[in-house]
Design a protein around this ligand. Structure first.
Ligand code: TXA
Ligand code: MG
Length: 355
């Protein structure tokens, strides 16, 4: 398949931009697939109400078809058609956080095919905050099913470069909006299941449990999120798959900054002695002390949003640089740091050394 790559910039004239997004919307309406930017990561979009489109998404990603897709909407009025009812708490969360990086699970209506929901009776819904995504979704008919636009098992793409690397030749169109990717978050949305008695966080993200609790009161967290020893399967089917994995072996190191730096430098020296290439993810405070083939600065320790924005790009770059062993500092788990650690632990297959 010949994939059309369409550059979008914030400063091109409105009509040209709109015409491009209308054309992308047509591709979706005709049953095709388009990768598009959001404020979290790039999405791989198809018509959420067309079972054949969802089937195509699974094929393009190489994703198991029991792993449900998120339906992206651009308008509150569109919500009613795809759910059985909108609970009061869901309305409150939508008011507070939409458009934005929050996905809510609600009971699906008959309009949503089972192919889109991986066979479930519930549907995940999000209204993204990226202005170009909102126009695109409207032009596509209002309902765009989209997982992250990576091949299954790879880190989610935060730049068009990595969408192209994974999806060129597999889908109809890629909207390249890197020039207009302001306000990016870099990790996927928070998922909250609204179908039980107490809303439950299934995947942490930029919108924290505390922010949600402040709006609707009591919430629970899926116990499997940070605890690898849990015997239960995660409630979001996609969380059970090995995700976000770089090719190299990633280990997280926790301890005082001095101990962490010393330990990592000992390890990278041992690998270097064997001719093995090493990478390190550190923070601005420690970064100059590391010795490795590739050293990445996640930003200041008290700025976890900057770590969120950079994490997936680092993991991809380590692959490009043929790094065999990667060591990362552990990050403070407050605020969005909780989500950063969740992704990092998954990428590391939960290998974490506590000094
Ligand atoms: O930020 C995001 O959410 C990005 C952008 C593109 O919007 N999308 C994204 O999609 O991360 P994906 O497919 O990579 O992750 C969706 C997650 C999976 O873990 C899936 O199992 C879960 O949402 N999910 C979807 N529908 C669900 C449902 N009905 N019940 C429980 N979990 C669900
Ligand atoms: Mg994904």
């Amino acid at each position: 398949m010949n994939t059309k790559i369409v550059p979008l910039t914030q400063d091109e004239d409105k009509e040209t931009l709109f015409a491009k997004l209308t054309q992308a919307g047509e591709v979706i309406k005709n049953g095709g697939l388009v990768a598009f930017p959001t404020e979290t990561v790039y999405g791989l979009g198809g018509d959420a109400l067309n079972p054949k489109s969802s089937q195509k998404i699974y094929e393009a990603k190489g994703r198991p078809s029991d792993n449900p897709l998120i339906v992206h909407i651009a308008d509150m009025e569109h919500l009613e058609k795809i759910v059985q009812n909108v609970p009061e708490n869901a309305k409150k969360l939508a008011d507070a956080f939409w458009p934005g990086p929050l996905t809510m699970i609600l009971k699906k209506s008959d309009a949503v095919p089972r192919q889109t929901t991986g066979g479930l009776e519930t549907v995940a819904i999000r209204m993204p905050a990226h202005p170009l995504a909102l126009i695109f979704i409207k032009e596509a008919g209002g309902y765009v099913a989209a997982p992250s636009a990576n091949l299954s098992g790879k880190p989610s793409p935060t730049t068009a470069k990595y969408v192209i690397q994974d999806m060129d030749g597999r889908i109809d169109m890629i909207l390249d909006a890197d020039a207009g990717a302001d306000g990016a978050i870099g990790i996927e949305s928070t998922i909250v299941d609204m179908t039980g008695e107490v809303p439950m966080i299934l995947r942490p993200g930029y919108i924290t449990q505390e922010m949600i609790t402040n709006i609707i009161g009591k919430t629970d967290t899926d116990v499997t999120i940070l605890d690898n020893d849990s015997k239960q399967p995660p409630k979001a089917p996609g969380m059970k798959y090995r995700h976000y994995a770089p090719k190299g072996e990633l280990v997280i190191v926790e301890g005082t900054p001095e101990n962490v730096v010393n330990y990592i430098n000992e390890q990278t020296a041992l690998h270097a002695g064997k001719g093995e290439r090493t990478g390190v993810i550190g923070t601005t405070e420690t970064i100059r002390q590391y010795k490795a083939d590739s050293v990445k600065d996640a930003g200041a320790r008290d700025d976890m949003l900057s770590a969120a924005k950079r994490l997936y790009t680092f993991l991809r770059e380590f692959d490009d640089e043929n790094i065999a062993y990667i060591y990362s500092e552990a990050f403070p788990a407050g605020g969005v740091g909780h989500a950063v650690m969740n992704r990092l632990l998954k990428a590391a297959g939960h290998r974490c050394i506590k000094l």
